[in-house]
Design a binder for this molecule. Structure first.
Ligand code: NAD
Length: 334
C-alpha cells in the first residue's frame, strides 16, 4: 500500500519527524506538507528538502487562497496512491499563548475545521487530529494509573484564568472529528499529547530547551514558583510521531475517539533542571524561582492503555536519551 499524506505544521516537532519516519528508504509514500514558520524553520526538514517524495509549501492554514492551492495539489496527486491521509499538526502551541483566546482560535479551531472539511471534500480516507492533554486541566492526574480518555473533565474556566481557552478550543476539535466519523464522512481520531519535546527546537519556549539554554547562556535557570511542586512526563517527538503513524495504520482505531499519548516517566521540574545540569557538566547548579502561573496542574499523568492495547504503540525514547540528544544539539548549534 502506498499513501499520499497531507500534513499541516510539517516543520513543527511532530510534523518534521513524520517526514523522516514516513520517507524511510524504499518507501513509495509521498508527502505534501505546509507550515507558516510561526514556531519552526525549514531547517527541521533539511534532510528531506530535496527528496522528490516531499513537497513543502510555505502556507498558513488560515489563508483560504493558500488552502485552495494546497487542495488542488492534493487532488492532482491523490489518484496515484492507495490511501490519502490528512494529519493536522498546525497549531499555536506555546504556553504564553494559552492565555490569549484570540491568538489560538483561528489556527487551532477554525484552521482544524477547514482542513478537515478539505480532507472530506477531496475524499481522504483518514484524518488525524492533534489535540492536547491540556484538556484535562485541573484533573490531569490520579493515583490510579493516570487519567483516561473517558474521564470527566474538570476545567479551570474564565472565572479562574484565561489559560483554558487553548484547551477548550482543542476540545472542540475533538467533537468535530467525532461527528465526521459518526456521520460516515471520514475515518479518524484525536490525540492528546503531553509535553512533546525535540532536539530540533529552536525557540526556548518549552521547559526543556528553556532550562538547557538558560544554563548555557546565563549559568543559572529561573523557574516559576509552580516548579517547586510541579511534575511532568515528557514525550520525545520520535514517539509523538510513531503514535500518529500507529493510528494511521490501524483502521479499527479510527473510530472518531480520543487517544492519550504520553510516557509514564514522571519527573519534578526541579529534578529535570538538576538532571540537565549534570548532563551539561555543571556542578551545584543555580536554580531560582520567580513568578506564578494560574491554573497550572501540579501533575500531568496520562493512562496510555487505550492506544497501547489498540495499536501496540509504546514510547521508545526515554528521558535520559532524549535529553542527551537535546543538549548535544543545542550546544552544537550555539
Ligand atoms: N508540543 C506539545 O507539548 C504538545 C502537547 C499537546 C499537544 N500538542 C499538539 O500537537 C500538534 C503538533 O504540535 P508540535 O508539538 O509539533 O508543536 P510545534 O509548535 O512544534 O508545531 C506546530 C507547527 O504548526 C505551525 N503553525 C502554527 N500556526 C500555523 C498556521 N496558522 N498555519 C500553518 N502552520 C502553523 C508552527 O509553525 C509549527 O511548526 C499540535 O496540534 C499541538 O497542539 C503539542
Amino acid at each position: 500500500m502506498n499513501r499520499l499524506y497531507a500534513i499541516s505544521g510539517v516543520t513543527g516537532m511532530t510534523g518534521n519527524e513524520l517526514v523522516r519516519q514516513i520517507l524511510v528508504d524504499g518507501s513509495q509514500d509521498h508527502i505534501l506538507g505546509f507550515d507558516n514558520f510561526f514556531a519552526s524553520t525549514i531547517d527541521t526538514v533539511s534532510d528531506h528538502i530535496d527528496d522528490k517524495r516531499f513537497e513543502f509549501f510555505e502556507y498558513d492554514i488560515t489563508d483560504a487562497g493558500q488552502m485552495t492551492d494546497f487542495e488542488d495539489r492534493v487532488r492532482a496527486l491523490s489518484g496515484d496512491y492507495d490511501e490519502l491521509v490528512y494529519i493536522n499538526c498546525a497549531a499555536v502551541v506555546h504556553t504564553e499563548h494559552f492565555y490569549h483566546v484570540y491568538e489560538t482560535f483561528d489556527t487551532n479551531v477554525l484552521g482544524m475545521k477547514a482542513f478537515m472539511e478539505q480532507a472530506i471534500r477531496v475524499g481522504a480516507h483518514k484524518y488525524i487530529n492533534c489535540s492536547t492533554s491540556e484538556v484535562y486541566s485541573m484533573n490531569s492526574w490520579n493515583e490510579d494509573g493516570g487519567v483516561k480518555e473517558s474521564d470527566y473533565l474538570t476545567m479551570a474556566v474564565a472565572e479562574h484564568s484565561q489559560r483554558t481557552s487553548y484547551a477548550t478550543g482543542k476540545l472542540l476539535t475533538e467533537f468535530f472529528i467525532k461527528d465526521a466519523v459518526d456521520e460516515g464522512r471520514i475515518k479518524g481520531c484525536s490525540i492528546r499529547f503531553a509535553n512533546v519535546y525535540s532536539k530540533d527546537e529552536r525557540y526556548p519556549k518549552h521547559i526543556i530547551p528553556f532550562i538547557i539554554n538558560s544554563f548555557r547562556d546565563n549559568g543559572k535557570v529561573v523557574l516559576l514558583e509552580n516548579s517547586r511542586k510541579n511534575k511532568r512526563t515528557f514525550l520525545n517527538n520520535f514517539d509523538s510521531c510513531s503514535a500518529v503513524l500507529a493510528l494511521v495504520s490501524t483502521d479499527s482505531a479510527l473510530d472518531g475517539t480520543v487517544y492519550n499519548v504520553a510516557t509514564e516517566e514522571e519527573i519534578s521540574i526541579i529534578d529535570l533542571a538538576k538532571l540537565c545540569a549534570v548532563k551539561m557538566g555543571i556542578q551545584d547548579p543555580v536554580i531560582e524561582f520567580e513568578g506564578y502561573r494560574e491554573s497550572d496542574p501540579e501533575r500531568r499523568l496520562l493512562s496510555t492503555e487505550k492506544i497501547r492495547s489498540r495499536t501496540g504503540w509504546k514510547p521508545a525514547v526515554d528521558l535520559a536519551q532524549g535529553l542527551d540528544e537535546c543538549i548535544s544539539n543545542y550546544l552544537r548549534d550555539h
